[in-house]
Each structure stands twice: as C-alpha cells, then as structure tokens.
Design a protein around this ligand. Sequence first.
Ligand SMILES: Nc1ncnc2c1ncn2[C@@H]1O[C@H](COP(=O)(O)OP(=O)(O)O)[C@@H](O)[C@H]1O
Ligand SMILES: CC(=O)OP(=O)(O)O
Ligand SMILES: [Mg+2]
Length: 409
Amino acid sequence: MAILAVNAGSSSLKFSLHPLQGGQVQPSVLTGCIEGLEPAGAPEMVWSFAGQRQRQAITGQGDSPFQRALASLRSLLADLEGAPPIRAVAHRVVHGGQAFRESVLVTDAVLERLERLNSLAPLHQPHNLAGVRSFRQAFPALPQVACFDTAFHASLPDVASAFALPASLTEQGVRRYGFHGLSYQYIMDTLLAQSPRGRGRVLMAHLGNGASLCAAQDGRSCATSMGFSALDGLMMGTRSGTLDAGVLLYLMEQGWDHDRIQKLLYKQSGLLGVSGISADMRRLRADGSVAAQRAIDQFTYRVVRESGAMVACMGGLDVLAFSGGIGEHDAVLRAQVCDRLGWLGVKIDTERNALATQDSVQVVHAPGSSVEIWVVPTDEGRVAAREAAHLLHQGDDAIAPAPVLEMAD
Ligand SMILES: Nc1ncnc2c1ncn2[C@@H]1O[C@H](COP(=O)(O)OP(=O)(O)O)[C@@H](O)[C@H]1O
Ligand SMILES: CC(=O)OP(=O)(O)O
Ligand SMILES: [Mg+2]
C-alpha cells in the first residue's frame, strides 16, 4: 500500500508515491513532475522510479492540459511494475482559512468551503482544488485528503497573527495565516529528530519560487513572514513580498484595476520584475549582468532583514535551517545571509557550505558558531502523505475501506 502525494500548481503537477510500512510513511519510491501545464505550454512528464529518470511528452488534443496530464499520470501509475497499490491521495492545499487547522478528508462540502478561499491565494488555491476535483473524478474509490500549508501556523499567538486593523476585520478572518507549512513541518521534524537544539529557537528559511521564513520554538510556529495571502514577507520569484500598502492606493489612483494589480503583485514582480530577466535564481546567477545582481542583492537583503525580525521575536537564535530550491542549492546565498547575521553568532563553514549541494541533510556551521546551521532538503509530499496515513490510521468512519487503486474511465 502507498499514499500518492500531489501538489497541483498553476503550471505544474508534482507527485510522489510513499509506501506504507506498518502504518508508517516511507520515503517516496516514485517522484515526478508534469511541467508546461499553462494554456499554451507543451506539457512533459519527468519522473524517477527505481533509480531511473525518465521523461515523456504529453500529447493529445481535446481535454485541458491538466486533464491530459492526469491521464498520463494514471497510465504511469497503472503501468509501473512493482509500484505498491495506492490507498489514498494526499493533496497540498495552500489555504485552510479559519476553518481548517488540520488535514481533512475531502468531501463536497469541504471542497465548497475551500473554494471560497480561492481569491486569497489565486496563484495556488484554484489549481490545488482543480487537482483535488480531477483526482476525485479519476480515482473515485480512493480517499482524497487535503493537507494545508496554513496548518503548521495554527499555533501563531494572536499578537503575531493579528494585523493592526479594526478588530471587526480580524474577526472576519483578515489576519496572518502563514504558508509553506508542510515544508516547515518536514524541516521541524528533521531537526527535532537530529538536533538536540531542535526544540530551541529555530529559524527556518523556505527559499523556493515562493519564499518565506518561520520562527519556531518548542517545535511550533511562533512567527512567520507570509501573511493573509502568499504575497507578504520576502521577495520571491515573481512576487514582491512586503510592500507599502500606499503603493496600491497610488496605483488605484492611477487607474489600475484589480486584475492588473493582482498580475503585478503575483506574476511580474520579485526577481523577475527587478531583474527584467528571469524569476529563476539559477539563471540570474549565470547571467552576471548588473540587473541580475541587483535582483539577487535585493533578495538577499530581504532575507537578512526579515531574519532579524524573526530572531527578535524569539529573543535569540539556536538553529538556522535553509530549504527550498534556493536554500538547498545556492551556497553563495547561504554564505552571504550567514555573514550578515554574524552579529548573532552565526558562523558558516565555507567548505562544508560549498559542498552542501547534494540532496541530503547537511550541517554547515563552523566550529565556534553559537548557532547551528542546517541545510534540509524539504519534502512536502512526505508530510502530506503522513497526514493522510494518520487520518487513515484513525479509522475515520468517513474513510470507507478502499484498498486498491481504482480508476474511472
Ligand atoms: N543550483 C541552484 N542554485 C541557485 N538556485 C537554484 C539552484 N537550483 C534551484 N534553484 C532555484 O530554486 C528556485 C525554485 O525552487 P523550488 O523550491 O524548486 O520551487 P517551487 O516553489 O516551484 O517548488 C528557482 O529560483 C531555482 O532557480
Ligand atoms: C505558498 C507558496 O508560495 O507556495 P509556492 O512556494 O509553492 O509558490
Ligand atoms: Mg514550493
């Protein structure tokens, strides 16, 4: 038996298959991604199974690219020799709102409530939920579980989650939720298992396409840089991060409508907007132009600045952990951030840092550093799979026994 974990985004569908052994979720035996799902894209499925990496173009006409991608994934799952049968599908859903503070079995009513949150995460939520709907249709006999990015931050104290707005708005749910929670859960579990200081003052940096920071004490989120939506906090690939709300008022006065502002904030800003070149850190590093360096410098500065805020909230720092595509692979970024946090006693080991590019957990602080520095390759799929397994294990009455993969035509 295995759990299929799914992360359906605007242009990609990431998946991983996690076997269950004695009720425990194991590392994935199959990981893959279907990219190019945007309207005019050329979808392609890339996957690794049994040590072999393969790719396949997704062809065909008629259905949407997402439907075709799903059909290809179904065929792949059905054809893989030796892959364990699927017991449930675990979906990453970025926003659980006020109602969902932990993972939940998806029903029509749950989907309807989650769809009301679409406008709070327009780059993610509608795609996550379209994914859930498609999988429900394609695998009607399998339980589908929604696992929320916001859930890890349910522990935020009021002072951290409330904005300085009239209380009536806070009561309506206009507050900081925080995101990347599946990733933070994974990093936290790793640190709790491997570092004696994991229960101390921990700063986690998830630096990927979307980027955020999370401060945790005693294993629980106590401050985070993303807010009501996934726009707040750090500069990102195409999002500005924290922005003076006066800029929005100004743009509205200039006649910008909602859709134009939304596009600016979600798709045209961040590394892409500042550089005018790319949202992709690798490309910017390779570019070498002044504009590319300006964007990288700004990204680095914002990580440092927000880190200071997180550390201040905790009153100090015991462990700093880097994750996400940039955090895991960009040694220069890690070195610069750590150098600038040197006043906190953060001291990175240059050699260990430069070598920490493999996909494994690495400890990269220098002897004498008063802060542990970790690089933790995140695994949001594994956390989602664990959540689904946990719900299955609880023997929730709502989860009917449906032991094997069953596909609808
Ligand atoms: N070797 C590398 N050096 C610098 N940046 C990298 C490297 N590998 C990946 N990245 C960056 O990681 C980012 C994507 O992060 P990732 O966590 O994979 O994104 P997503 O949010 O889509 O899961 C991109 O900006 C990419 O350029
Ligand atoms: C919430 C968020 O920003 O997610 P991602 O990093 O996948 O874009
Ligand atoms: Mg991500």
